[in-house]
Structure formats: C-alpha cells, structure tokens
Design a protein around this ligand. Sequence first.
Ligand SMILES: [Zn+2]
Length: 443
Amino acid sequence: MDTMLAAATLRDEAAKGGKALETVQSLTDEVGPRLAGSKGEPLAQEWAVRAMTAAGLTNVRKEAATVPVWQRGEETAELLAENPVELAVTALGGSVATPAAGLEADVVVVPTLDALEALPREKVEGKIVLVAQVMERSRDGRGYGKAVRARGLAASKAAKLGAIAALVRSIGTDDNRLPHTGAMRYEDGAPKIPAGALSIPDADLLVRLVSEGKTPRLRLVLTPQALADAPSFNVVGEVVGSERPDEIVLLGAHLDSWDLGRGAIDDGAGCAIVLEAGRNAAHARERPRRTVRVVLFANEENGSGGSKAYAKTHEAEMPKHVFALEADLGAGKVFTVRFRGDDASIAASKDLVSLLAPLAITSELEPGEGGSDIRPLRSFGVPVADAEQDATRYFDFHHTANDTLDKIDRAEIDQAAAAVTTLAYAAAHTRASFGRVPEKKHD
Ligand SMILES: [Zn+2]
C-alpha cells in the first residue's frame, strides 16, 4: 500500500475513537499526583510499563535518570486586617522555606518584573513583593510563555532589592481561589527567599488595596523542603520499524505531574495521546518502516532530569532520530501543526499536513518549538513538530488542584490522538527525509 494511503487508513480508524480517556482515567485514578521523588513517581513508572505493554509496544524498559526532590510543606498567607483574610497560596517548586512560624511584612505590588526592577531598594527592602503579572488567554497558550517569566524570576529579582519573600499572581487564566504552582529558580548570587503564588482573586484583592492607597500586610508561612537528588526513570517502548529499525520517530510526553492535582491534563493527556499513537502504529496493517519510540519522560516539571538523561543516554543515536514531537498542552483538539526543520523537512511535512485536513487541522509557517522534553534534541539537529492543541481553557486548571479527569472531553482527546497517530505513523512509514536542523548547542 502507498505510504500516504496506509496513513490515511490508520487516521480514519483512529478518528473513530480510542482508549485515550480510559488511559488518563487509569493513570489519574490509580496513581494520581507523581512529582519527581514522590510516592506516586515509581507507581507511575510501573503503570507506564503496563500501559505500554498493553498497547502492543515492544522493548518496553525503564531508563535511568536523576531528579531533584522537593516536597511541599505547610502553606498559609494571612492578610492582617481588622477582619483578617486567609489568602489561597501555594509554594512554587524549588522554593526555600520561611521560618516555621512564618514571616510578616508589608506587601509591595508591581504589575511586572520590569516594574519591580525599576523600583529603588528602599521601597523593597524588608518587604514581601507581589508580582501581579496578568496572563492572557489564547487558543495556542502563547500568553503562558510571556507571563511565566514572572514565576521563574520574581524571587531573585525581588531578593536583589532586599525583599524577604516573593509572591506572584498565579500564572493562569481562571477566577478560582486555587493557586497555580510551577517551577521557579534562583539566580546565582541572589539571596534565596521563599516564593509562592496567590490565587488570582486573592492577588487582585491586594492589587486593589494598593490602588486604594493602603499598604497590605501579610503573615506568610511556606515550609517546603529540598532533599537529595534521587534516581528515577524515563519509560520507553517501541514499534520496531520494518525496514529502517535504527531510524527513530520519537513521541514524547511527561509522566511526572505537580502534586496539587491529579495530573490529568498535565500531562496524563499527553501520555495517553502518545500511547494511542503507539498502539495504533503497533496494530497498523503495515508496520511502519522506521521505529516509533514512545518516551514518557521523568521530571519535566521541576528539573528536566528525564530529558537530560535521555539526550545523554542516546547521544550516539541522535543522528538516527529523524523526527520528534511531544504532547504537553492538555487534552484539547489539535488545530494546527508547526514544524522546525530545513527545506527537506518542510517539503516532507507538506505531505503529513495534507493527511490531517479531514481532522480540520492546518499548518502554520511559524516554527515549532518541540516541547520542553524534546528541546535538547534540537541541538543535535533533530527536526521537531508541535501538534498545537486548543489550549483556551488549559491554563484555567494547569498546575492546580483542579487538574482532574473531568476536564477532559472524549471527542477532543480522541481527535488529538488521531492527529498524533497520523503524524507519527506517516513520519515513520514514509521514505522521505525530514533533513536536519543545524542549531547551536543550547541548554
Ligand atoms: Zn506539562
């Protein structure tokens, strides 16, 4: 059968629906949260081995990685007033702790990191800083990329000006009193101060108080702790290619999740989507010519220990990685595909995109990014693609206690799984080359 016809046949089968929703249900109900170093993490790895085997993948294995271990502690924020207010707060991943009894200080509110950096030291010294960065809602989630810097950098920028703690308005788009966690990092040379996120309504309360000329005062308790790095694993399974088994089409998602929710949309959904693509490739009437390798990465959320280990373990094999894609933007429908490649990739990708038209998917000239776990592959010249999912509602729930199974619509995740199935199978089965994308080594 012609390659494209074989892929179209598989697409039409997949479009009828598969087991993606059941897969997320099994992961979230049987395992639940699975942050690096937590109790859930090894349970998730065993779950992944079983899920891959049941999907018909072969060479199913765990590959060693090293991950940081950070555990949440107590977390409260009280707005001191005649009628005190318990604000909804959560520590950001990687944060140091406050003293056990907490710390108490006036709050300085700024709208952005730039506004913070423009403040003189005397306005910030001894205070708690709130960076009330607003995130815009959009279909492709691009507002996140713009806003998330505040979460990553607020603590060190504030500490350099003498602040004793830093808070951010949750990087999200909802109006719930549920804070959004997520990783932060300390700059070398800056004092390490505790960092947390307030729920959006609570952050906005502080913004209003300041605009009314008041000086809010908080008592903040955050007692997370960092333990020694621990061994972990990526879980890998394959559909071995019939003609060029050494050439690899990599499909990634991340197995870890934040501790607050159940890890359904981030990234149980992505795991289910790539497992469906693997299952469909394994059961296709024609085995794909190249190997489809499904990788469920460890520790995407707070350290990327899994993706670093993968790139290192498979460095010699990188020239044989012909195409890579990661599913890590929830459970919504795919509406467009973006590629990062050279002229050869662009030509080959046109065939792939034409296959997706019946699923109402177009392509965009804007270059793909590749998802954070496969980004290290870019420095080896591996062409990457993004199957862009509708993320309009994704950041309402992302990294919160609200990341639960009920946020997933069966028809939407089935469409996304059919799209990734089609892309992966066609990329593996075609004899066309996707070329290489020379790129400087980066971190
Ligand atoms: Zn994710």
